[in-house]
Design a protein around this ligand. Structure first.
Ligand code: SF4
Length: 406
């Protein structure tokens, strides 16, 4: 089955009305991830600066949550005060972390301050102490440790994300399978496709047409001979292994009409089985309903134990209707299961920027992970181009540049 945009809801998010605000508190980290877009240049921001940025987002972004990012936010000395400040503004604080310095005590403190949830990045291309040369399947043990700790505390949600490399693509089903077995504890999974630029065959030009030293960017490599994984490929491997999975919303590209930059969906199931997914209509109703009810669009569900009340939307949604049918069928075979709790678990797929032949990058249309740099909104994945070269650079193949120079 191939993806068709007509089958999915184009998320109504925009620059000034977007559920996510990406607040970077530090560029220091306690591990290194191969796919990381940030490098150490300035250190921790002050609490005062961070409060100003929160208020800037509140004024210009209308966020449902603030994604507190970095670097590693948990090592910021005033992270608890920051979480409390965001919660006081009526916005959900969410911490994007590698989890290394998360302890039950820290978790309790953050929850008390008003933390809504975590997005935890774990994958096999991180320099994580004690987890060298592990597969994604091995790392499920670490995911389990964090999921159990957070579930034991209660009231805080957890989404796990991982970068997908050509070498780990085939391991995606291992993570999804683990997620399904923990649908009562894990609210979502996100897969981000790895992108890099290469020094051996490309050059970078700044906005004044000057060649810049691209090697200063942390995400640039000498060479990369593999083929980048795309969102449709991630969709396909999940679909092939879990036929009940189906996305329901998307964001396209800023240049290409046919790219799927964000594909989001949600599985419906219980601890004993998956029934199906929500469809386009449920996604549309939940976005519009949330906006009518709270004034903001929705990115993360704080609670995955939606229960069977979700089934009331099935008359409008054929995909959800199929899930309800499967729930009934399963219940007729095993009547005890009709009393099982029903959960939803989101699955997000993100295809990071793709360099086009003319040097421009196809970005996520209405980029949800926009951050603030120098009083302006900037795509967080490319902020280091601003920090190092004063603006976005164009990356061109050396051959193409030579042709232009002739
Ligand atoms: S364009 Fe925005 S959403 Fe897309 S990868 Fe970059 S920062 Fe993330």
């Amino acid at each position: 089955m191939t993806l068709e945009k007509a089958n999915y809801y184009r998320l109504p998010w925009s620059m000034n009305d977007n559920p996510i605000a990406w607040l970077e508190v530090t560029d220091i980290c306690n591990i290194h991830c191969e796919g990381c877009y940030r490098q150490y240049m300035t250190g921790h921001k002050t609490l005062e600066q961070l409060k100003e940025e929160v208020l800037f987002f509140k004024r210009w972004r209308n966020p449902d949550n603030v994604s507190i990012a970095g670097g590693e936010p948990l090592i910021h000395p005033q992270i608890v005060e920051l979480v409390a400040f965001i919660a006081e503004q009526g916005i959900k604080p969410v911490i994007l972390t590698n989890g290394l310095s998360l302890t039950p005590e820290k978790l309790r403190e953050l929850k008390k301050a008003g933390l809504a949830g975590f997005t935890m990045h774990i994958d096999s291309h991180q320099s994580r102490p004690g987890w060298k040369d592990k597969t994604e399947k091995d790392l499920n043990e670490l995911r389990q440790h964090h999921a159990d700790m957070i579930a034991a505390e209660g009231g805080v949600y957890i989404i796990f994300n991982s970068t997908v490399y050509p070498s780990t693509y085939h391991e995606i089903p291992d993570i999804v399978r683990w997620g399904q077995a923990n649908i009562d504890k894990v609210q979502g999974l996100v897969f981000i496709t790895y992108r890099t630029a290469t020094l051996s065959d490309s050059v970078a030009i700044d906005q004044k047409d000057r060649t810049v030293d691209m090697s200063k960017l942390s995400y640039v490599r000498e060479t990369f001979d593999e083929k980048f994984v795309t969102s449709p490929e991630v969709y396909q491997i999940i679909k092939d292994n879990f036929p009940e999975y189906e996305p329901s919303g998307y964001l396209g590209g800023s240049i290409r009409h046919d790219s799927y930059k964000w594909l989001i969906g949600a599985l419906v199931g219980s601890r004993r089985g998956m029934y199906g997914s929500i469809g386009k209509k449920t996604m549309e109703l939940s976005q519009i309903g949330h906006h009518l009810w709270t004034g903001t669009y929705l990115a993360y569900l704080a609670q995955s134990r939606i229960g069977k009340k979700l089934f009331f939307l099935s008359p409008w949604d054929p995909t959800l209707r199929a899930a309800v049918k499967n729930w009934w069928k399963d219940g007729l075979r095993h009547p005890g299961r009709l009393f099982d709790k029903v959960y939803i678990q989101s699955i997000g797929i993100i295809q990071a920027p793709d360099i086009q032949p003319d040097g421009r990058a196809d970005m996520c249309d209405s980029c949800p992970d926009i951050t603030i740099y120098d009083g302006k909104f900037v795509n967080s994945c490319r902020m280091d181009e601003y920090r190092l070269f004063g603006g976005f650079v164009s990356v061109m193949e050396k051959e193409a540049q030579d042709q232009m120079a002739k």
